[in-house]
Design a binder for this molecule. Structure first.
Ligand SMILES: [Zn+2]
Length: 201
């Protein structure tokens, strides 16, 4: 018997989010669309909100740049503990993503030629795909990269900006590894700690 079960992943963006709300919505929707085929239901949540017990909570921080002026360009990161356990906190590097957006060509047009809605759409798409990649490190409990697909380490700006999600899938091995790991992922959830400081008036 096959039991279909969606694993909920709640994404708590740290305040204040230095991006337009529409871009954040599109980024979460893009990451959700990439993870839906693997039984993950992604949604945004409040850092201090309560989430259901069966929900993985990941906090999302947004910073400027990881290593100013030095290659490689890091678009996002997740930290692993020395024992190989990923920490439930992802950082996205906005300045680098903006530089990537500027380098992308859409239907042959440069960024300055794009209408505002298209720019928001592309910005959200790129951020969402970077986010989906970092979520991959977390749920696969693996810091390694693959030569192709969602978990490759080098992403091209044109591909990150393109409407097609064909290049953002897991390999068959990774998908199988994930199914086998669903128990471990539940275990991760039960040991999570919230490091955020939340105040109530
Ligand atoms: Zn990576």
């Amino acid at each position: 018997m096959l039991i279909a079960m969606a694993l909920n992943v709640a994404l708590a963006f740290q305040d204040p989010v230095p991006i337009d709300a529409m871009v954040v919505r599109k980024a979460v929707a893009e990451a959700a669309a990439i993870w839906a085929p693997y039984g993950f239901a992604l949604d945004r949540t409040d850092v201090c909100g309560r989430s259901a017990a069966e929900t993985l909570l990941l906090t999302i921080g947004i910073a400027g740049t990881a290593t100013p002026g030095r290659p490689p360009i890091v678009l996002g990161t997740i930290v692993f503990a020395p024992d190989g356990t990923p920490q439930p906190r992802i950082t996205l590097f906005l300045d680098e993503v903006l530089r990537f957006v500027a380098g992308a060509r859409v239907l042959g047009a440069e960024e300055w030629q794009w209408p505002r809605l298209l720019r928001e759409q592309i910005m959200g798409r790129i951020l969402g795909r970077v986010l989906a990649h970092e979520i991959g490190h977390y749920v696969l409990v693996d810091r390694r990269h693959t030569p192709a697909g969602l978990m490759r380490s080098i992403q091209r700006s044109d591909e990150l900006a393109a409407p097609s999600r064909a290049g953002f899938t897991l390999s068959a091995d990774q998908a199988a590894q994930l199914r086998a790991r669903s128990v471990a992922v539940s275990g991760l959830e039960s040991t999570r700690e919230r490091a955020d400081t939340c105040g109530r008036p």
